[in-house]
Ligand binder design. Structure first.
Ligand SMILES: NC(=O)c1ccc[n+]([C@@H]2O[C@H](COP(=O)([O-])OP(=O)(O)OC[C@H]3O[C@@H](n4cnc5c(N)ncnc54)[C@H](OP(=O)(O)O)[C@@H]3O)[C@@H](O)[C@H]2O)c1
Length: 240
């Protein structure tokens, strides 16, 4: 983690903030001074990470339409606006992983509901807040966490891979469309990480071959600073 970054004044929302990459992001962003709100479904874990980091914890399911506006309202009410949204929460689809011929339609729907439609809905619900930040000259950014499964045809990863491919393409199109609002959208593949999601997918993976989520989070923060107009200022340690 770079010590000279000062993110005071930057308002960031992270979905899936209680484990793996999302938890590492919440820890590093708050340690650098950012105002952070994060979302996850398990209340006890949300409370634990909120207590530990001082970030605002929100209990919600990004795959559920009914939760979207409550999540968005809590984000903007607690942060007073929004500069960066990181759509990180994800579903593998069938667990254990299954060939497409053995995948239930409902399992494909769950992967799409969380990884694609959930990210779309939350981004739409927060678009006004992001546009206000962009108009104010602070810049606005949506980071959608993708995967190499979005581009490689890994057998067994059909539901997840299709949802991530759709998310990556949606991100690229929306990035073109949002240029008028000066909002950037990026899809980032964090690489294979030693996290509960990876263990759920590949139980016998050798952790020493996997990236630490903390290293991936530091890379995401670097890319965030590259994409924000105020990034150079924040890197130099001056307040936004
Ligand atoms: N791990 C890898 O090797 C790898 C590789 C490439 C890409 N990625 C991507 O990196 C991102 C993070 O993955 P990870 O490995 O860090 O995952 P993880 O350790 O399983 O953490 C997932 C987080 O998301 C939350 N979450 C899951 N479903 C949710 C939902 N419907 N609504 C709200 N929160 C939800 C979980 O908490 P609750 O269960 O309490 O909700 C948890 O906080 C994902 O987008 C994943 O696809 C991971």
């Amino acid at each position: 983690m770079q010590s000279n970054i000062d993110l005071h004044g930057l308002r960031v929302a992270v979905t899936g903030g209680t484990s793996g990459l999302g938890m590492a992001l919440v820890r590093q962003l708050t340690a650098h001074g950012a105002c952070v709100a994060f979302v996850a479904r398990t209340a006890a874990n949300v409370e634990r990470i909120a207590d530990e980091t001082g970030a605002h914890g929100i209990v919600g399911d990004v795959g559920k339409k009914a939760d979207t506006y409550s999540i968005a309202l809590q984000v903007t009410a607690n942060l007073g606006g929004l500069d960066v949204l990181i759509n990180n929460a994800s579903s593998l689809g069938p667990v254990p992983l299954a060939l497409l011929a053995d995948t239930e339609c409902e399992e494909l729907e769950t992967a799409l509901a969380v990884n694609l439609v959930g990210a779309f809905r939350l981004t739409k619900a927060l678009f006004g807040a992001l546009a206000a930040s962009a108009r104010g000259g602070r810049g606005a950014l949506v980071i959608n966490i993708s995967s190499d499964a979005a581009v490689n045809a890994y057998p067994g990863w059909g539901a997840y891979g299709a949802s991530k491919a759709a998310l990556a393409h949606l991100t690229a199109i929306w990035d073109e469309e949002a240029k008028a609002d000066v909002i950037r959208l990026l899809a980032l593949d964090p690489g294979d990480m030693d996290t509960p999601l990876h263990a759920l997918a590949i139980a016998d993976a050798d952790p020493s071959t996997l990236k630490r989520p903390e290293a991936a989070a530091a890379e995401v923060i670097e890319k965030m600073l590259d994409a924000l107009p105020v990034g150079a200022t924040l890197r130099a340690g001056a307040h936004a």
